[in-house]
Design a protein around this ligand. Structure first.
Ligand code: G6P
Length: 763
């Protein structure tokens, strides 16, 4: 039996049973009331008759007695009256009593003997009757009796009518309840369940894009709909991954995912723990309006490294730079991060003002940064900065040694140009540790690097590592050339390795990237068009324009920001029809602002934007909007997703993750990337419009071309770039780096070669 039917029957029978019980009790009470009414009336009438009857019986006036009896015969409900003598003989009676009773009236024998009146109900052949009998007295003795018979069938009729009404009520009620229950169940329960089942079925057979939609339903169903919606989302995501994997298997490729990286790293580490060291921390805690909050700093390194730490719950050692950092660490200067969903440990380390000045601002950013980037800012090398660079490297090394104490064969990933000396410092004390350093910036040619007074120490420190990673093969080549020209070591060009003092170091390219999340199923019908979203974004910035370009950078002289502004200016000069139509939004996060060159640069950028705006702007439009503050990824995303073009005009860049982030965010397969040929990303993203950032004409033309590119071409270019970034994602970067590192055997090198100055073997 179906649930609805069972539920209706149960409800209907219980309602019917209750209604019938109520009707029964009501009828019984009414009948009782009617009988006691009759008792009362019978008694009153009989009492009033007995006075006259006693006199007439006492005086034997039987004719008058008959007249008296006849006079009352047709009173309401009276069936008849009988008067008896002392021996029980009938002295007078109403006519028809015999037929009413269907028998002789009672002989009143008992009453005459006891002298007590009586009242009773009984059923005669003609129906229910009621009797009230009283004794007649004379001279102190019972001389007869008077009997009053009422026709009580009207009480039965009343009761029957009451039952009829009650039964009709029960019938109507049960019908209504049954119908309402059916409707309520069908609409309130059946419908949402059917909808849910239909959606799940759609999902199961794979014809739905419903995965991300929230299923609606009555509030009582909320927990169920929530769980079903989640289940659907997981199913959609799992299916997307499975489909992707199947596709890749089909094409003999293998996609790196966060999950694959996690399993892979766990397998490769086989019990060893992972430690990362960088100067920049992944989360900075700050006081804002009395409360502690946090931000993720603008750094490609942070973007890239975090997925590995998350994947294997490692420890990340970095400099504390937030003003509330101390408040959030434990007694060992550790804090679990990400703050909202802790997955790994951040060990913070504090530098003094002098250390910060000498190590970070001085040697790293006024020395090594301009040394490695060919951007025409002269490096500054000061002996005191070098000393701080060395001592701070030592300080990080000590902290790391503390963290890896007791760990067997720990794996250490050192990050970037701040820590060239760290690998050797670690390896000297812990030869069992596997140490890799990844150099996130370019490595210039040997001559350029050769101007650094401490190049030998830097190279020696780096060659303490088992593995040195760069973004590009070109940087690996430059590095080996530099080593060959500078140090006593064996350079193996065939293996791309260096052997120095028994320490074997592999040099490998690992092009860094971003996480590329699989596209969510899109519902074209409900999607806001990029045009509307873009117009709304620009309106918030106080600008009206139909086309938008975007640039996202730290304010750094290597990024070519003023060069790109001049390209925008030139574009408007050459194509004046785009005036009031095209706006370039530059998101620029302040960076290294204590260094004069960076302060000057911020000023230059502001002045240049202002100059160009003054030249062209109208009340509702300007060519350049410069947003000079740190933006979160969520804030940047809408710009990426709606821009007609993204302009990356680095004068020199190791990789440039903005280019890849832009591509990864374009699920709509629209938008054009204009990319500097001097950014590492240009080696992989050949479908960008590759430009020379020093060539203003070329960049202006690229903007014009991007804005008029046929949609078909635009889509094909974006599809190809997305396929590249998808496949060569950050998990692949991390996976291949870890694979290479874990393959390396630690301890003394197997073969020792006599050290010759620059003994190099080209394959
Ligand atoms: C580059 C470097 C990173 C650095 C980032 C931000 O991407 O390779 O090591 O973290 O710039 O610079 P900052 O000096 O603020 O850390």
């Amino acid at each position: 039996m179906r649930l609805t039917f069972r539920l209706s029957v149960a409800l209907m029978s219980s309602v019917a049973a209750v209604s019938l019980l109520i009707a029964f009790l009501q009828t019984r009470a009414d009948t009782k009331d009617a009988v006691s009414d009759l008792d009362h009336h019978g008694l009153v009438l009989a009492d009033s008759l007995t006075k006259s009857a006693e006199q007439l019986v006492g005086s034997h006036s039987y004719r008058d007695l008959q007249r008296l009896v006849d006079r009352f015969a047709d009173r309401e409900h009276i069936a008849g009256i009988a008067v008896y003598g002392g021996a029980g003989e009938i002295l007078a009676t109403t006519s028809g009593l015999l037929s009413e009773l269907g028998r002789q009236p009672d002989n009143m024998k008992q009453l005459l003997e006891t002298g007590n009146g009586k009242q009773e109900s009984f059923v005669s052949p003609t129906g229910s009757m009621h009797l009230t009998a009283l004794p007649l007295r004379g001279n102190g003795a019972v001389i007869g009796a008077l009997a009053l018979y009422y026709d009580a069938t009207y009480i039965d009729r009343q009761a029957a009518a009451l039952w009829r009404r009650a039964l009709t009520g029960v019938l109507v009620q049960t019908f209504l309840i049954g119908a309402v229950t059916l409707i309520a169940i069908r609409w309130g329960v059946g419908r949402p369940l059917q909808r849910m089942a239909a959606r799940l079925r759609e999902l199961r057979i794979g014809g739905s894009s419903w995965g991300s939609q929230v299923l609606s339903g009555p509030p009582e169903f909320e927990p169920l709909t929530r769980e079903v919606t989640r289940l659907a989302s997981s199913l959609t995501a799992a299916r997307a991954v499975a489909e992707e994997e199947a596709r890749l298997r089909d094409t003999a490729e293998s996609l790196w995912t966060a999950e694959r990286l996690r399993i892979f790293v766990q397998g490769r580490l086989s019990g060893s723990r992972l430690f990362a060291v960088s100067n920049r921390e992944p989360y900075e805690h700050f006081f804002r309006s009395g409360a502690v909050t946090y931000q993720v700093p603008a750094s490609g390194l942070v973007t890239a490294l975090e997925p590995i730490l998350r994947a294997c719950d490692g420890t990340w050692i970095a400099q504390a730079t937030g003003d509330a950092d101390r408040e959030t660490v434990d007694g060992n200067d550790r804090v679990r991060v990400p703050p909202d969903h802790p997955q790994y440990t951040l060990r913070r380390l504090w530098l003094t003002k002098e250390e910060e000045q000498g190590f970070y601002l001085g040697f790293a950013n006024e020395g090594l940064w301009p040394l490695c980037h060919i951007a025409h800012t002269r490096p500054t090398f000061r002996a005191e900065d070098w000393e701080f660079y060395e001592s701070v490297n030592r300080k990080f090394a000590e902290t790391l040694l503390e963290e890896i104490e007791g760990e067997e064969n720990p794996v250490v990933l050192v990050q970037d140009y701040h820590f060239a000396l760290l690998p050797r410092m670690i390896k000297e004390r812990r030869p069992d540790a596997r140490v890799a350093i990844f150099w996130h910036i370019p490595w210039p040619n040997a001559e350029a690097f050769g101007i650094c007074p401490w190049q030998r120490q830097l190279l020696d420190g780096l060659l303490g590592a088992d593995l040195i990673g760069f973004h590009l093969q070109q940087h690996c080549n430059n590095f080996l050339e530099t080593v060959a020209l500078t140090l006593e070591s064996r350079v193996d060009w065939e293996q791309f390795a260096v052997n120095r003092n028994g320490q074997h170091t592999l040099i490998r390219p690992f092009p860094i990237s971003v996480a590329f999340e699989p596209s969510k199923p899109r519902n074209e019908a409900t999607m806001e068009t990029p045009y509307l979203k873009r117009a709304a974004l620009l309106e918030k910035l106080g600008v009206r324009a139909s086309f938008m370009g975007v640039g996202v950078d730290r304010i750094d002289y290597t990024k070519g920001i003023t060069e790109r502004f001049r390209a925008v200016e030139r574009f408007l000069e050459k194509y004046p029809s785009y005036k009031k139509e095209f706006t370039f939004v530059q998101i620029g996060s302040p960076s290294r602002t204590s260094i004069k060159r960076y302060q000057d640069l911020t000023n230059e950028v502001l002045v240049e934007a202002d100059r160009i705006n003054r030249r062209y702007q109208t009340t509702e439009w300007k060519p350049i909007v410069f947003l000079n503050r740190q933006h979160s990824h969520a804030e940047i995303l809408p710009y990426y997703q709606t821009a007609d073009l993204c302009l990356v005009s680095s004068l020199h860049d190791g990789m440039n993750l903005v280019a890849k982030e832009f591509v990864a965010s374009r699920e709509d397969e629209h938008g054009v990337l204009i990319l500097s040929r001097f950014a590492g990303a240009a080696h992989e993203l050949a479908d960008a419009l590759v430009v020379n950032p020093y060539d203003t004409e070329e960049m202006a033309e690229a903007i014009a071309r991007a804005l008029t590119m046929p949609p078909q071409e635009l889509r094909i270019r974006m599809q190809r770039m997305r396929a590249t970034v998808h496949e060569r994602n950050i998990y692949r970067w991390a996976g291949t780096l870890m694979e290479e590192l874990c393959r390396i055997r630690t301890g003394p090198a197997l073969e020792e070669f006599p050290l010759t100055r620059s003994a190099s073997f080209r394959g």
